[in-house]
Design a protein around this ligand. Structure first.
Ligand code: PMP
Length: 301
């Protein structure tokens, strides 16, 4: 890790409150509502070959997340989509990870935040898909977290809100300390939920099975992969899945803008063999993200 440059010490520019600013000068005060009270939402997107995959959908979700938390956006969606492109262009990237973030400022420092100003920033950095397809096909190992995805009346589960990641980081750290790559989280009812930053799919008898997204993010990659599967006539079943059903599944993979399609070989005591369906969808997704026009239509939402 010694050669990793901390994120606040990198060169170049990023977009901050309406304009490009020098990267190292994009600072916020320690007394910021977003930092103390998690009044913060964000996005994670990837640019491929100069285009941000599903940019409209990501920007729309950012605005939805802000609306759910009651955070007023001082820009229009088109302005933020443009800012995402500018953040990549400023760094000279054609392939990059893009991180828009929205948070409440320093005007108030208590639970109530009615008078706070909304800050918006977008930064882009290099985050390659590290593994070649064959390495990826070996699959990653997941622990089963003790933390559960909260109920929709306990947390704003459909927002990509910073506060929801507290238990994800805790789950991931515990998993990593035991030698796993990530953790799979059950939901508040005990059904299979998702990984700490990606959705989950299983294969059974040639069909895809994935948990109903009723208490976690209905990922943009999740929806894209379901559409790609249907184009291949692979049946997709969204339903509540009990953890013990994992013994009946042959393949498993994760989906996410950062994770893309990542095969899984192990979840706690359960074993999977990444196979044809994982490989096909991994390749179909890799092809779609680089198309000038995606074959998947999510209608901007
Ligand atoms: N769940 C969580 C908790 C995530 O952080 C992500 C990544 N944004 C996803 C699911 C997948 O969402 P998407 O495919 O839209 O990136």
């Amino acid at each position: 890790m010694a050669d990793v440059i901390p994120f606040d010490q990198r060169d170049g520019s990023l977009w901050f409150d309406g304009k490009l600013v020098p990267w190292k000068e994009a600072k916020t005060h320690v007394l910021t509502h977003g930092l103390h009270y998690a009044s913060c939402v964000f996005e994670g997107e990837r640019m491929y070959s100069g285009r941000i995959y599903k940019l409209k959908e990501h920007t729309h979700r950012l605005f939805k997340s802000a609306e759910i938390l009651g955070i007023k956006m001082p820009y229009a969606e088109e302005e933020i989509s443009k800012a995402c492109m500018q953040a990549c262009e400023a760094q000279g990237y054609a392939d990059a990870y893009v991180r828009p973030v929205v948070y409440r400022g320093s005007e108030m420092m208590a639970v109530s935040a009615q008078q706070t100003r909304t800050h918006v920033a977008v930064a882009a950095w290099s985050w390659p898909s590290y593994f070649d397809p064959e390495t990826k096909m070996r699959g990653i190992r997941l622990a089963i977290s003790d933390w559960k995805r909260p109920a929709p009346d306990t947390a704003p589960v459909h927002a990509k809100a910073a506060g929801l990641y507290m238990i994800c980081t805790m789950s991931k750290h515990t998993a990593e300390s035991k030698g796993y790559t990530d953790a799979m989280m059950l939901d508040y009812r005990g059904y299979i939920g998702e990984a700490t930053g990606a959705n989950i799919f299983f294969v059974k008898d040639g069909s895809l099975h994935t948990p109903t997204a009723d208490c976690f993010l209905n990922g943009i990659t999740r929806r894209s992969v379901m559409a790609l599967a249907r184009l291949r006539q692979i049946p997709v079943v969204e339903r509540h899945i009990k953890p013990e059903e994992m013994s009946d599944f042959s393949e498993c993979f994760l989906t996410g803008s950062a994770a893309e399609v990542t095969p899984v070989s192990e979840i706690g005591p359960y074993r999977f063999t990444p196979g044809d369906i994982s490989r096909t969808l991994m390749n179909d997704y890799s092809a779609d993200v680089r198309r000038e026009v995606s074959v998947v239509n999510l209608n901007g939402k």
